[in-house]
Design a protein around this ligand. Structure first.
Ligand code: SF4
Length: 292
């Protein structure tokens, strides 16, 4: 079947797009191409847009922790203190109101696998703990540095290909730039190849801000354990990342028809897929699971 070409005009490589492409091409197709088929009020198109707004459970937790942290850093930058109670209350009220409507907003619930009460309580506790760790322990490490930006979307071009990044914190001290990513779990929202993600940060700082590789550090901070991993890269590493992004984009852009997007059904993946209700292969995998 032929497909629309509008998506090409909107194409931008990003780490999350790369992950979708690597996981299941059919999911990638629904999310990035099929959604732009037909006219805006076409019922099929509206359904895909609605489905693409569902949130996976780990994503919801990660997003709310990131938002709570973002507000606290903004408060700090405005001269007010970081307040763990405000951050925790924000998380709790948002989390509880989202979970109340879970069949409409949570992917797993909409797919017929609602999280149980114990799971919800565990996630709630985990979220609170991570916010406490950030406010009471982790944030102390950033008091003597200059904040250049936080929770920001940026874009740049590599040989005409648009590349999008989103970083959590960028700080500087004595010319050394540290670009930081808060990690809130080990799957879902955080299910990324850290090396590629961090490498893209280096490429952005180097390309658009002219900062040499030796004056950049990438940092991954696990809010659950307070562990930090530091990544350093050379100019040659940055070149490699650029080549990778160009090659990955060329592959994504070489598709011609719907057949170029095979499904990769797998129970865990399909239960957390926003498009399960419109995917034949996914539904087959789930119904064989239920009949076992
Ligand atoms: S339901 Fe499964 S096979 Fe279908 S698009 Fe989603 S992840 Fe891919």
């Amino acid at each position: 079947m032929s497909m629309n070409s509008f998506w090409r005009s909107k194409f931008a490589w990003s780490n999350s797009r790369h992950n979708q492409w690597a996981e299941c091409k059919k999911q990638y197709y629904f999310n990035n191409i099929k959604k732009y088929d037909g006219l805006p009020n076409d019922p099929g198109r509206e359904l895909l847009w609605r489905l693409s707004e569902l949130q996976k459970m780990p994503f919801l937790k990660g997003r709310l922790i990131h938002e709570a942290v973002k507000h606290q850093i903004s408060n700090h930058n405005a001269g007010r203190g970081v307040d763990a109670d405000i951050a925790k209350n924000f998380f709790l009220s948002q989390f509880d109101s989202t979970v109340k409507d879970m069949n409409l907003v949570i992917t797993e619930a909409a797919n017929g696998f609602p999280p149980g009460e114990k799971e919800i309580n565990d996630i709630r506790k985990d979220g609170i703990k991570q916010i406490e760790n950030f406010c009471n322990i982790i944030w102390n490490n950033y008091k003597g540095v200059r904040c250049l930006g936080h929770e920001k979307n940026e874009e740049f071009f590599l040989d005409g290909i648009k590349v999008r990044i989103k970083y959590d914190l960028l700080t500087e001290k004595d010319g050394m730039h540290v670009i930081t990513d808060w990690k809130t779990g080990s799957s879902g929202f955080d299910d990324v190849d850290e090396n590629i993600q961090i490498g893209t940060y280096f490429t952005w700082l180097n390309k658009t801000n002219g900062i040499s590789a030796g004056m950049i550090k990438g940092e991954v901070v696990y809010l659950k354990s307070c562990d930090t991993e530091i990544a350093e890269k050379t100019d040659a590493d940055i070149k490699k990342i650029e080549e990778f992004i160009k090659k990955d984009s060329a592959e994504m852009l070489s598709v011609r028809s719907e057949e170029d997007f095979p499904a990769s059904p797998e129970p865990k993946r399909c239960i957390g897929c926003n498009f399960l209700s419109v995917c034949k292969e996914g539904k087959e995998v789930i119904s064989s699971l239920k009949s076992q």
